[in-house]
Design a protein around this ligand. Structure first.
Ligand code: SER
Length: 339
C-alpha cells in the first residue's frame, strides 16, 4: 500500500516554509512530502515525512514519487516570481506554466488511480492584474476577480493562464471523451497580494520592497527602496497567507462558487510602511531609489483587491490589519529572529 500524503512543491520557498510550520501543528494530518530544487531547511526536516530535492519538470522524478506515495492534496507553490521572471521569461514559462500542467496531470492521474478526487491548492497573485495607468489605478481602488486581467509581466501572464488551466482540469478535462473522468482535480486558488514574513526574506518578487525594508531595519542596515514613496499595493502577513491556503483547502466544496478567490488584508503606500518601520526601529535609514522597471510593474498592480467572495464563500478573515501586522506579528517576531 502506498502511503497517503500531502505534496508541497516549492516547499523551501517562503510560503512553503510557512505552510510546513503551520501544517506540522495540525493534529491527525497526513504526512508531508516536501519537494523543492533544494533540500528543505534543516529546522523543518523533522516536520516532514521526506524532503526531495528535484525539479517539478523532471518527469522521471514525478513518476517515482507517485509509485511510492498516494497523493491526497497538492500545494503547488513552486514558481519563479515576477522580477526574476522578467530576466528569464521563457524559463519562467516553463516552471510556472509547464510545471503547473505537469502537476495538474499528476493530480488527475492520481485521482483516477485512487478513485477519489485530489485537492490542488494553488497560489495565484496580484500580478494577474494590469491597470492601464495610475489614474485608473487610483480611481478603481479594490478590484474584483474578473476585472483588469491584462498583466504586463510574464509571471502575471503565467499565473492567469495557470488559473484557467486549473479550472479546465477541474471542470472540462477531456470533455469529448466517451466516458467523462469520474474523479478529478479539486482545484482551489487564492490570489495573493504582497506577502510579508518575519522569518524569511523573499527573492525575485516585485512586492519585496516591503519585507526588505522591515528586515533591513531590524538588522540595522540602511535600505534603498526600489519604488516611489506613494507606490501602493495590498499586503498580508505570512500567517494570514497560510491561513488563507488552509482555509480554502478545508472549505466546504458545496459553498465554493468559483475556482479563484482574491484575498487581501491591508493596503499601505511605501511611505506609510516606512513610517511603521521607523516607529518601531527609530534608527532605520530608508531612502527611495525607484527602479523604473519595477515601479512600472507595481503601478500596474491594483491599489487593493476586493475579497468579498472569499469572505462570503469560505469565511475568509485576515487576523492582521496594517497596525496589527507590525505590532503583533512582524516586530516581535523579527526582533526575536535577529536578537
Ligand atoms: N510577491 C509576488 C511578486 O512580487 C507577487 O505574487 O512577484
Amino acid at each position: 500500500m502506498r502511503k497517503r500524503v500531502i505534496l508541497i512543491t516549492g516547499a523551501n520557498g517562503e510560503v512553503g516554509q510557512g505552510l510546513i510550520r503551520q501544517l506540522a501543528q495540525v493534529p491527525d494530518r497526513l504526512p508531508i512530502i516536501a519537494l523543492d530544487l533544494r533540500t528543505l531547511e534543516p529546522a523543518l526536516l523533522p516536520m516532514v515525512e521526506a524532503s526531495i530535492a528535484g525539479d517539478i519538470l523532471d518527469a522521471n522524478m514525478l513518476d517515482r514519487l507517485t509509485t511510492e506515495y498516494e497523493i491526497d492534496t497538492i500545494y503547488h507553490l513552486a514558481a519563479l516570481l515576477s522580477t526574476h521572471s522578467e530576466f528569464r521569461p521563457e524559463a519562467a514559462h516553463r516552471v510556472n506554466v509547464q510545471g503547473t500542467v505537469d502537476m495538474l496531470h499528476l493530480a488527475i492521474e492520481q485521482a483516477r488511480w485512487r478513485a477519489q478526487s485530489v485537492k490542488f491548492i494553488f497560489p495565484s497573485s496580484i500580478a494577474v492584474y494590469g491597470l492601464p495607468d495610475l489614474a485608473t489605478k487610483h480611481q478603481v481602488g479594490a478590484v474584483t476577480e474578473q476585472t483588469y486581467l491584462d498583466p504586463i509581466t510574464m509571471y502575471g501572464c503565467n499565473k492567469l493562464y495557470a488559473e484557467h488551466l486549473g479550472r479546465y482540469y477541474m471542470s472540462h478535462y477531456r470533455q469529448l471523451a466517451a466516458a467523462p473522468e469520474e474523479h478529478g482535480v479539486d482545484f482551489r486558488c487564492v490570489r495573493f497580494p504582497g506577502i510579508i514574513s518575519a522569518l524569511t526574506i523573499p527573492s525575485g518578487g516585485t512586492s519585496d520592497f516591503a519585507p526588505e525594508m522591515i528586515h533591513a531595519a531590524a538588522k540595522g542596515v540602511p535600505y534603498a527602496c526600489f519604488v516611489r514613496p506613494d507606490a501602493v499595493i495590498p499586503f498580508m502577513t505570512m500567517p494570514d497567507a497560510i491561513k488563507a491556503l488552509l482555509g480554502l483547502a478545508k472549505a466546504d466544496k458545496a459553498r465554493l462558487q468559483r475556482a479563484v478567490y482574491n484575498v487581501s488584508a491591508f493596503s499601505l503606500p511605501a511611505e506609510q510602511l516606512a513610517e511603521q518601520v521607523v516607529k518601531y526601529f527609530p534608527n532605520a535609514e530608508i531612502i527611495y531609489e525607484p527602479s523604473a522597471g519595477r515601479q512600472r510593474i507595481i503601478d500596474s498592480w491594483p491599489a487593493d483587491m476586493d475579497d468579498t467572495a472569499a469572505h462570503h464563500d469560505w469565511d475568509w478573515e485576515p487576523d492582521f490589519d496594517g497596525e496589527q501586522a507590525f505590532r503583533d506579528y512582524l516586530v516581535p517576531t523579527i526582533r526575536q529572529q535577529y536578537a
